[in-house]
Write a protein that binds this ligand. Sequence first.
Ligand SMILES: [Zn+2]
Length: 457
Amino acid sequence: MSLKLYNSLSSKKEVFKSISDKKVKTYGCGPTVYNYPHLGNFRTFVFYDLLNRVLQLNGFETETAVNITDIDDKIIDRVNQENASLKEITSKYELSFLELSKSLKILPNNHNPRATEYVEEMIEFIKALINQDLAYEINGNIFFDTEAYPKYGKFVNISDDLKTEDNELSKKNRNDFTLWKAKKDSDGDIFWNSDWGKGRPGWHTECAVMIKTLFDGRLDIHCGGIDLKFPHHENESAQIEAIQKHNLSNYWLHAEHLNINDEKMSKSLGNFIDVSTLIQKNGSDVVRLFLLSAHYRTKVSFSQKKLDECKKMVEKIKRFAKNFNIDSKNIELKFSSEHKLFIDALNDDLNTPGAIGVFFSFISEINKKIAENSISDVDKEKSLVFLKLFNSIFDILDFNNLHDQNIPSELQDLLVSRQEARENLDWKLSDSIREKIETLGWQVEDTSSGQNLSKKK
Ligand SMILES: [Zn+2]
């Protein structure tokens, strides 16, 4: 089955067709770095990772970008509260986002553009909109003129009940949105100079210009959380599409909220769950499986009970994997009907619960054969392929460190424990295991592909 994705533009599942034959370009709206990202944010970021991996499974080369919003009212508030510099605040939370992403096995993006590094391009872009009478100035603020762009409203029916930004600034039309915000006293020394005076770009312009600069304003897939569909994505695309002849993106994918006690998890509601604490308590593999266990377009309520169920599932997968001598490099991905069912589920708009169900039915069937001592070589082969296939998407097993035959088993166990400690962000435990490894005459080095163990010289 070819890959189908639910496109918010048509509100339908559509067969995915890429712009170029092989390469797929995607952009996801990233974190605003004024605080530690919470579990609800990571539901969206893990969804971007899922999409990336499923595209790769379908043979596409991907070029991905997830931006860092490092200028925003909330960030300025934080700078003022903590009496720190803009960079001190944004670097701290950007690092936390990147470390947690790594811990949750999110594949690195090709680009993590920071808004503040594109301000010159944003100013040029706003000038172009003004020159084409698509934007206007009021007291140093620049607004997009939605009346000058008749196609405004791709994601919503523009009506009187439409949720709009406030109109304290005397905009011409109620849906007009800010491209450039004039400096306020509370902004302190955080501003840029422009033809319209001191100020800074608005959020919708930041994403639009980063996409324009990195991808020439043309994406295969743009994704984000459902609450960004309007007005953020409407406004991003209006600016770009008003001055270029093609779509900003052919597909728009939106992930649902993570709820807690039937309310959206959010910083402003104060009901958020801290990701690093959750990882420390449950393990990053359990948290990742939890985030992938529901379909991305369904609302999910967080509960410890669900996490405990995921923990049992992770344990079951690990026990199953231990039956086989896995050398992941030498597993040729030859797919049989069971594997195809799994791929079909993923290709059906990233149906992860369906795919997990297929994998667990397979595990049960093989476990039964193992118990009856009737497992064949073909079954073993299929199991290895399935473990590798499953892991290429869900990434729960660490094949490399579990089965290195040249390392004494005591050292292998220590490496596994250290890997777990690192995934759980427990640096103290990780360091003490390193010391233990050293007292046994070995040394461990952390590389981009994992831990590297060698004899101490
Ligand atoms: Zn955005």
